[in-house]
Ligand binder design. Sequence first.
Ligand code: NOJ
Ligand code: CA
Length: 528
Amino acid sequence: MAPGWLRKASFYQVYPQSFHDSNGDGIGDIPGVIAKLDYIRNLGVDAIWFNPWYESPFRDAGYDITDFYKVAKRYGSNADAKRLFAEAHKRGLKIILDLVVGHTSLDCKWFKESEKPERNAYSDYYVWSPIAYYRGSGKGDDYFISGWGPRGAFLANYYAVQPALNFGYARTEHPWELRYDDPRCRATKDEIIRIMRFWMDMGADGFRVDMASSVIKRDDGKKKTIAFWREIRRMFDRDYPENVLISEWFDPATALKAGFHIDFCYNSFWRAGYRPEKPDPNWPQMAMAETHFTDPVPAIGPTFELIQKTRKKGYIGFYSGNHDSARLRYYGSEANTIVKLAMLFTLPGTPFLYYGDEIGMRYVENLTPKEGGERRTGSRTPMQWDTAFVNAGFSTAAKEKLYLPVDDSPDAPCVAEAIKGNNATYDAVTRLLALRKQHVALDNDADAELVYLRHRRMPIAYVRAKGNEELLVILNSSRNVVSVRMPKYKDAEELLSQSVRMAPDGTFTLDSCSYGIYQIRRTNRRRA
Ligand code: NOJ
Ligand code: CA
C-alpha cells in the first residue's frame, strides 16, 4: 500500500546551502528554510526534498557523508531539523531527506576503522582488494582506488573520495568479494535501516535514495537489489505506512518492482524544441538533451509507454530540473519554459519542482566549480528572494563569503516581484498547482492517454481521466505556429491556457510556445 497522500502530492526540491541563510555566514541553513516554509506552502506543493544535510567534508556537496546521524554544522543542528519537521507538519508539508546509501566519505570513521589491518566491526563495511594496485575494470560497479594502504585497494562508488559500502556481490569472481547473503554484509544494511529509523522517528516523512540501484554489485538483472529494497519497503508498510521511498534509479519499471513508491524519469524531453544557447558535448546530461532537440517528439511516445507499463505499480517522478542538470530556463525562452512546466504538472506521476524554477531562475555560466559540482555548479546558485536587497535577500554576508555568487544579471527574476504579479512563470506554476488540487483527473494516479502525436511535429495532446472527469492537455513547445483539428473535443471547456485558440469545429491553433488545458466531461460536479 502506498501512502494515500501520494495520489495528489507534488514536491519541491531544496538545495539547503543555496536556499536562505539565516545567520549571515553566506551559506543557507535549516533555520533559513523554516523562515521560508510559508512561501513554499503557498506555492501549492505538498512535500520538500532536501539534498543531504549531514556532516561532511563536502567534496561532493554533501553526498560524501562522515556522520549520517548528524546535521552538518553549517546547516544548524539536529534540534533545528526536529524543529523543521514540526514547523513543516504544522503547515501540512512533508519533509523528505536524501539517503546516500551506496557510499560514505573517505573521512567517515567507519572507513578509518575499516582501513586498519586489524579486524574490527567495520572491516567488512567496504570492499578491499589485497592487491595494492588493483583497479578493477574501472567501469560501472567495479572501480577500485589503488595504492591505498595496508589493506590494498578499495572499491569506489562515484568520485574517488566516496568508498562504496559493502552490501556484497550477486555473483562473486574474486576471493575478496563477499556474497550478498553473507552474514558479514548484513551489518551495512542494518546500519542503513538504523539511519532511516533514526530520522523518521525524529519526524522525517521518507527518503530520496541516492544511486539506489548501486547497493549490490555485479547484479545483472538486479534481482538481488530488488530483494534488498523490498525488505526495506516491508519495514515502511509495517512501521511507517505514511512515509515515502523515492529512488534515484532512473528505471521506474525496475525500481517500482523493488518497492519504491516513486522513481525518477530521465526527462530530457522537456528540452524539446529549443537548442541551448551553448551546447556542451562534454556534459552528459546536456548531450542527452541534445538528441531530443533535433528530434523532440520521439521522447514523448516512449514516456507514455513507460507510464502504461508502470500503471498502478507506483509513480514516475518527473522533474523541472535538479542539482545535477542544467536549469529548465537554460533550454528556452520564458514562454517555452512555461509550456514545459505545464507539461510537468499535467503528466501522470509525481512532479518535482527544483527551487527557483518557479520564477525561472537561470543556469549561471562560467562559475568556478564548487564542492565537486563541476558543470552542475551553475544550477546551484542562491535563491533570488528580492533583488532590491543585497545578495538578492539570500544572505547578509559580504559577497565574497557567499556559498556561490548570486545571478547578477540585470533582469534576474526574484520572488518579491513574482508575488507582486510580475513573473509569468510564477503565475503559471501557482495556477497549475492550484488546478491540480481541484481536478481529480490531474491526480498522480489518474489515467493518461496520448491522443495526438505525429512524428517530428508539435503539438502533442493527451487526455487525463479519473472517476467522472476527463481533461485534455495540448502543448506546443516549438517556435512554430501549429494547428490540429480534433472535433471530438469541440465542446471542451477551457480551464487554463497560453496562446491557444479553439474554433467551434474543434480546430486548435497553437502559437509558438503555447498550451491549453480543457475539461472534456465532468458529471457529479463537486460543489465548493
Ligand atoms: C547523485 C546525486 O544527485 C549527485 O549529486 C551525486 O554527486 C551522486 N549521486 C553521488 O552521490
Ligand atoms: Ca548560514
